[in-house]
Design a protein around this ligand. Structure first.
Ligand code: MTE
Ligand code: MO
Length: 315
């Protein structure tokens, strides 16, 4: 018997990316290319977007890494599971129910969003709680564009998000072993959600969002750990109380509601002081690590949201 360990472990500490990749290609070669042939095609239609000023200068993570090294437990807990399994998800028709403490609750169709809300390209640093990071050219729009349509009431203080539950198309939600409680849920304070850096993404690398990255629409909050970036959203609810979040429910001592990237607050089982940039300088022993920045490098923009808060307590 192995002792219980929550599944979210820093894979970089266990399987360096270089090894992970070479093992994958060995597996592919062994199957005589069958592994590749059987993986579903990524739906990647070009997606129009205006350039924006929100662009970090860091070198982009390759599209290959961005779309094959994923966390999306609805499709399995392995990093390569979502790319292999998420092709089964139907992303049309798709609606988002937006309600709770709002003046105008409504069901918004994804086609309406794509038609009526202008999309922008933004290059963001992303940092997973597992101490790896990527630089991703997202296409999306500020969450405010949705919030303005429903008109939050003055008493609304938080925004809760929910992912689809559809075991017929999400194999991680079917069967005996289920890694998490479904639906996957996340939340932000309303002022965090209204921050211009916080977006809902519908694409990346100039194309429609691949299923494994959270199609057709997912949250991107670049100053917080990756688990805040809830995928394949079907429900948005304005609330007065702090909403539950999946990883916090599973292991509250390890994953806080705020989840702000903070190199000074270690995860109980590993340091958060450094990170491994996926695809960069991968060596046999895990490659070079870079220092993790407060708020993932976005402190100048977002630190004032947390004025007066003890960020070691509200981690
Ligand atoms: N619904 C859902 N959303 C999710 C997850 C998940 O398992 N299910 N994983 C989260 C975690 S831990 C990370 S790091 C990011 C990864 O996003 P990416 O695969 O697009 O890089 O998605 C987040 N959103
Ligand atoms: Mo993550």
């Amino acid at each position: 018997m192995t002792p219980y360990r929550p599944p979210h472990i820093p894979s970089g500490e266990i399987t360096p990316q270089g090894l992970y990749l070479s093992r994958r290609s060995v597996l592919g070669a062994a199957a005589g290319g069958l592994a590749l042939a059987s993986s579903p095609k990524v739906f990647a239609a070009p997606l129009a977007a205006q350039p924006s000023a929100y662009k970090v200068a860091d070198k982009l993570t390759s599209k290959e890494d961005v779309t094959t090294y994923n966390n999306f437990y609805e499709f399995g807990t392995g990093k390569d599971d979502p790319a292999r399994n998420a092709g089964s998800l139907n992303t049309r028709p798709w609606t988002i129910e937006v309600g709770g403490m709002v003046a105008k609750p409504q069901v918004i169709d994804i086609e309406t969003i794509m038609k009526e809300i202008p999309m922008e390209e933004r290059v963001y640093r992303m940092r997973c709680v597992e101490a790896w990071s990527m630089v991703i050219p997202w296409i999306g729009f500020p969450i405010s564009a949705i919030l303005d349509r429903v008109e939050p009431l003055g008493s609304a203080k938080y925004v809760a998000f929910e992912t689809l539950v559809r075991p017929e198309e999400m194999q991680g939600q079917a069967g005996l072993f289920q890694a998490l409680e479904w639906p996957y849920v996340e939340g932000l304070r309303l002022d965090e959600a209204r921050h211009p850096l916080a977006i809902l993404a519908t694409g990346l690398y100039g194309e429609t969002l691949p299923n494994q990255n959270g199609a057709p629409i997912r949250l991107v909050v670049p100053w917080k750990y990756g688990f805040k970036g809830i995928k394949s959203i079907v429900k948005i609810t304005l609330t007065e109380q702090e909403p539950p979040s999946t990883w916090n429910k599973l292991q509250p001592s390890e994953y806080g509601f705020y989840a702000n990237v903070n190199p000074e607050v270690d995860h109980p089982r590993w340091s958060q002081a450094t990170e491994r940039r996926i695809g960069e300088a991968d060596g046999l022993f895990g490659g070079a690590r870079i220092d993790t920045l407060p708020f993932n490098g976005y402190a100048e923009e977002v630190a004032s949201l947390y004025d007066g808060m003890d960020l070691k307590k509200f981690f």
